[in-house]
Design a protein around this ligand. Structure first.
Ligand code: AHR
Length: 488
């Protein structure tokens, strides 16, 4: 079956710069995410097979060491001679942490990936001083104690870590030890921020966001010292209703829009009474949103906390939907890190010998290559998806970007329907002379197909790249497909 649709690309209506940091990743001391994923569980050496796969994602940002684990993590356990590092119980997720992959190993890993490190500090069992010492250890260029310690550990050059998270999910339930009271968070965050920024005024701070009420207090009170407020989004589908995943993802866009409104209303650009500490300037622009944990969390997985989830093809369509949202909301989404990277809710899965790319890996890889530059507004006229759990959703989901360097306009279109092809007319109200140049298409053997370690050599995902160079204005999008159309 084929239906018709129309996509308008409003070339003159730019939304904002697509920050490269929206294509970040996250790793945590959780189950087999680091030990057994990033590094070999027996040797603690970096797994080359995993590294090569992460490289394909071209991630510009890597968040570490958590997540919830930051609530018990003390960075000094993970520095210095490896044989002297303490083995600690992982009091959050269970098991033991050998601390063999600590700060410097993480920074080395980031360098191998050509990615920026993003560290999250402990605001629960740690102290502002401990966090500030971590900034000194990483970024100190002089001869102060912690900067000298880093040099002694073999790193004469400062790591220049720019991104720092002030805690993680601090509004969350008590059993993880979160701060819970927004006023308490504000009070403590000031102490952390002051000391950390006095160590290095060039760092960017990410506030640990929560619900609307919580965010209201944080935005009002902390916007002069922070650069981002974080939101965490995990989507899932209702049992037996794959398309309900898209409806869930759709609600997040509404939350992003609501938070943007809140940021603009609550944090006027003129900052007054910035009289606490003065050796760094107050931020005078509205905060950006850091979606520093986003992903798909289905309840049926293996491993620690059932987090080793197998993703089917429709999950990959959901990932493309998330990435379309980040583009559509480019004026407020300043960064996003997919949770997580290996084995835990992850695009890459390993066993002792092998690793595979799950279905969700492929849209991540494709978007990061081409959906760059400035976000351009799109509008869709398409029929309803008509799948259970996906009421009021259209078949097509779109976003567009224009890259000044390549002079290419990229239209991303997801056909979310499992069986219906969509004959799509593409309308450029102003730039009529654009020619379609390339088509990149991802499809799979079925809506529910998955790549698994049981059959490591079988890839259910098909990727097709076609050079076209034609002024066609209509294209048929295959059922359950992710297509990037590139115009010049
Ligand atoms: O990504 C897994 C966990 O989910 C993180 O540790 C926590 O921040 C979130 O609740």
């Amino acid at each position: 079956k084929t239906v018709k649709a129309k996509v308008h690309v409003n070339f003159e209506q730019t939304i904002g710069k697509i920050e490269p940091e929206i294509y970040g990743q996250f790793i945590e001391y959780l189950g087999r995410a680091i030990t057994g994923g990033v590094v070999d569980a027996k040797t603690n050496q970096v797994r080359k097979d995993v590294l090569e796969k992460i490289k394909r994602l071209q991630t510009p940002l890597l968040r570490f060491p958590g997540g919830t684990v930051t609530k018990i993590y003390h960075w000094q356990d993970g520095i210095g001679p490896k044989n002297l590092r303490p083995v600690r119980p992982n009091l959050i997720w269970g098991g033991e942490e050998s601390n063999q992959f600590g700060t410097n190993e993480f920074i080395d890993y980031c360098r191998m990936l050509k990615t920026d490190p993003f560290l999250v500090v402990n605001m629960n069992t740690g102290t502002p001083e401990e966090a500030s010492n971590w900034v000194e250890y990483c970024n100190g260029a002089g001869n102060t104690s912690f900067a000298s310690l880093r040099k002694k550990h073999g790193y004469p050059q400062a790591h220049k870590v720019k991104y720092w998270g002030l805690g993680n999910e601090e509004s969350a339930v008590p059993d993880t030890g979160s701060l819970q009271d927004p006023n308490k968070y504000v009070e403590i965050a000031w102490q952390y921020a002051k000391l950390m920024k006095l160590q290095d005024p060039n760092i960017s701070l990410v506030l640990a966001g929560g619900d609307t009420k919580w965010n209201e207090t944080l935005i009002k009170e902390l916007h002069p010292i922070a650069d981002y407020i974080s939101l965490h989004y995990y989507a899932n589908s209702k049992k037996g209703q794959p398309a309900s995943l898209f409806a869930h993802i759709d609600t997040f866009e509404k939350e992003i829009v609501a938070t943007k409104k809140q940021i603009h209303e609550l944090a006027p650009e003129k900052v007054e009474n910035f009289n606490r500490w003065y050796r760094f300037p107050a931020r005078k622009k509205p905060l950006k949103i850091a979606l520093d944990e986003w992903g798909i969390w289905e309840n049926e997985g293996k491993g620690a906390y059932n987090l080793e989830v197998t993703y089917q093809w429709f999950h990959a369509l959901g990932v493309a939907g998330f990435l379309n949202i980040f583009q559509r909301q480019a004026d407020i989404v300043g960064m996003a890190t997919w949770a997580q990277t290996v084995n835990v809710l992850a695009p890459i899965m390993t066993n002792e010998k092998e690793s595979i790319c799950q279905t969700v890996f492929y849209p991540l890889e494709l978007y990061r290559k081409y959906c760059t530059g400035t976000s351009i507004a799109t509008e869709v006229e398409s029929s309803a998806l008509e799948q259970s759990g996906a009421e009021n959703l259209g078949i097509l989901d779109t976003a567009a970007s224009y890259d000044e360097d390549t002079k290419m306009l990229t239209l991303a279109v997801v056909n979310r329907h499992p069986t219906v092809a969509v004959e799509t007319e593409i309308d450029f109200p102003v730039a009529k002379s654009l020619k379609i140049f390339e088509k990149h298409e991802l499809t799979a053997t079925s809506y529910t197909a998955a790549n698994t370690l049981e059959k490591p050599s079988q890839n259910v995902v098909n990727y097709q790249h076609q050079n076209i160079d034609n002024s066609i204005s209509s294209i048929t999008l295959a059922p359950a497909s992710i297509t990037l159309l590139r115009f010049r």
